[in-house]
Ligand binder design. Sequence first.
Ligand code: PMP
Length: 359
Amino acid sequence: MTVVPKRSLMSLEPYDPGPLPRDLAASLGRPVIPLNANESPYGHSPSAEDRILKVLREGLNRYPDPLARELRGALSRHWGLPEDCFLVDNGLDGVITLLGITFLEEGDEVLHGGVTFSVYRSLAGRLGARSVEVPMRGDWSLDLKGFAERITPRTKLVFLCNPNNPTGTVFSHGELQEFLEKVPPGVLVVCDEAYGDFADLPDFPRTAEMIAQRDNLVMLRTFSKAYGLAGLRVGYIAGSKRVISHMRRAKEPYSVNALALAGALGALEDMGFLRSVVERVIREREELQGGLSALGVSFVRSYGNFVFLLFGASSDRVFHGLVERGIMVRHYGPLGAVRVTVGRPEENRAFLDALKEVL
Ligand code: PMP
């Protein structure tokens, strides 16, 4: 007899982030450009740093506010929703785990796209729920009609990633409205808008407005992407007071540390910085896509801070060729695809130069 984990975990592999940029640089003997994790290349706002330093100077001997009242106050002003409609946790990863702990019974179904953020699938495995994939449309976008068709009496959570990681596609306000009309009230629709800041689609869902009118829709947002605070680990959910109060029953009191709360608050106080990052990323994304077209590479038009490239059978060769040249990207081997994060202008040029060599 040995110690065994619960059965539903056995279909999951431990998360493998690959080598650290530093270690890869050492083994290649050259600098590397990390374009594999959809991080911002532009750092964070000075006001985030000021707030963090202030907390540090005051000392870390006291516990942080488990209710994150100051940050939730700022989020309430930012979105025009009551404070009780927000819950802050240890990155969106933490928020997603909390959604599972709060709502999933063993055997419940979690619906998500066939090619989407992998944590939705692992959530189901971690909690003994069933992950149900909805095949992507031919253009690599989420098939909202397909989602509606797959809802059963066991469906509890529906994850809609918008823009979708890794394919970069978006659905519109109208498409979301139409979908919601087909969803029974006991199914929670989770719009994961981790990359929402980059979605320059005129009709991008105004999810926060819709939340005020219904009980089974929530929006996820993070400070890890456009705000450039991936290392701090702060994400939040906006939803009805009822949904948020259920989640508070299950939340670890001190899951967000004092530095993280302070940094996120500072970041929210500097919308000028956010706007300048978003502008630069969008400009560079368009530039990068232009460069890809010029090389004749097929890709999915993106509304995020990354682009999904389709190489078919040669994706292995392309991926390894890029890594050898110090360009870190994410490989989706079984799909014959590679995802590249939009970097600084010179990083994107280095990526395109390396790609040209390996094609
Ligand atoms: N949702 C999506 C779609 C993501 O891509 C990510 C990060 N890769 C997350 C959530 C988790 O973000 P966080 O850093 O806030 O945990």
